[in-house]
Ligand binder design. Sequence first.
Ligand code: KIV
Ligand code: ZN
Length: 517
Amino acid sequence: MNGQDKIWIFDTTLRDGEQALRASLSHKQKIQLAHAIARLNVDVMEVGFPVSSPGDFESVQAIAQSVKGPIICGLARAVSADIEACGAALKDAERRRIHTFIATSPLHLQYKLRRTLEQATEQAVAAIQLARRFTDDVEFSCEDAGRTPIDDLCRIVEAAIKAGARTINIPDTVGYTIPNEFAQIITGLRNKVPNIDQAIISVHCHNDLGLAVANSISAIQAGARQIECTVNGIGERAGNCSLEEVAMIIKTRADVLPFYTEIKTTEIYRSSHLVSQICHMPIQPNKAIVGENAFAHSSGIHQDGMLKAQNTYEIMSPEQVGIRQNELNLTSRSGRAVISHRLAELGYGKEDYDLEQIYAAFIALADQKGRVFDYDLEALVFFQNLQDDDEHYQLEFLSSSTHTGHVASATVGIKAGGEVFTEAATGNGPVEAAFSAIHRVAKLDVKMVDYNLQAKGEGENALGQVDIIAEYEGRRYHGAGLATDIVRSSVLAYVHVLNLIERSKRIDAVKQARRQA
Ligand code: KIV
Ligand code: ZN
C-alpha cells in the first residue's frame, strides 16, 4: 500500500480479555465473539489457553474448526503439556499459531519462577522447538519484558529466533513503561540482536498507566510490526491496548504514520458493542472511537461548526467506524424484508440470526413500543443468540405487584424439562419477590453476586437490560435479560443463569462419563 508498512493486528480479546472477566464466557458466546472478531479482519486471533481447562480447550478447538480467515492462535506456557494441548486444540485450523511465553525480568525470574535467565532461556528454546513440530508459525513472548534489562532481553530473543520463533513479542506486562522508553527497547533489540531480521517484532502493552496505546504506537515507529490488542481494550487489570484506537490512529494519522492495517474499520462499532454486551463490560461514554459521546457535539459553537463543515470538529466520521444513521422508521407495519435490510446495514449477515424468530420478537416489541430503533434490533439479535434451542428452563408467566408501604409479591411459572412449576413469594421489592419464587422452583443454591440494570435506548420507551452475576458450586455465571418491564428482564436473566448451570452440569456429566469409559 503506497510503500507503507503493514502493521499486523493480533487480537487477544478471547484470551487476555476473557481472562479478566468476572464470569467466564460460555462456549457459544466465545464462538459468537470469535466470528465478530474475524469479521474485523484481524490478522491473528488468540482465542484461549487450551491447557487451562477442558472448556477452554473445546472452545479453541471449535473456533479453529469454524472460523476462517485470520490465523488462529493459542497460548501455552513454555512447558510440554501446554504446547501439546495447544497443538491438539489448533489441529484443524486453516492457519494456526502457537504462542509460548516465559517471564524474563529479574523480579519474575527470582520470585515467580525461581530460575536464572539461562535456565529460562533453555526452557524457552525447548518449548519453541516442540511447538515447531505442530506448526511453523511460533510466537515467543518474554513476559515482563518492559522490566527486563535490554542485554538479558537480547540474549533470550536471539536464542528464541534461533530455535524457530518467527514472531517475538515484547509485552509491557504491568503497563509500567512510557512511550520513548518502550520505543528504546524495540530499537535496542533491532540494533543488538544479530538474527532479528528473521522475526517480526510484536508488542503487547497493558494499560496500568493509561499508556498502552501510546506505547504501541511508539513501538511501531521504532520498528515493531505487530500490535497485540483487544476490542474495547479489555484485559488484565486496567486492560490491554485497544484495537479500535490503534486501528483508527493508524488510519486517521496516515500523514505522519507510514503504516496501514487490514482492519475493516466499519465493523468496529458493532464488534465493540457485542464485546461489551457479552462480556458484561460497559463502555465508558467518553471512550475514544466507540463511546456514546465519541461523535456527540454538545456546545453551541461546536454544533454550529459541524453544520458548516464536518471536519471542524470531527477528525474521522462515525460512518468510518460503522455507525450509521437510521433513516427508516421501523414500526409494526414494517415487513421482514425491511428488517433484514436494516440488519444487513447494521452489519449482520443472514447467518447471524433466524429471521422468523427475530421478526416475531420485533412485532411484539413494536406493538409495545410503537417505534423500534437500531439498538432494539441489535438487542433482539444479541438475545436470540443467547438462547439455545434446547433450553431446559423457560419462563411461562410472571405476575408481580407492589403497593407503597407493603411487601411486594410475585408469582412465576417456570417450565423445567417440559413441566410447568408455579411458585409465589414476597420480598422487599418485586424483583426480590420474583427471585425468591424462582429459587423455590429451581431449588438450587444460587447466590447473587452482582445485579445491574441498564436502559437500552432513550426516554421512557427504553428497554431495560438486566445483567446478573451469580455463583453456583464455586462457578460464576453471567445471565442477561431484556424486556420493556424490568421485573421481567430480571426474571429472564435469572432463567438464563439457570440454563447456563444446567448446561455446565450436562457438560460435566459427559466429561465424567468419558473419563470413566
Ligand atoms: O501480559 C503479558 O505478558 C501476557 C503474555 C502472556 C503475552 O499476556
Ligand atoms: Zn497480557
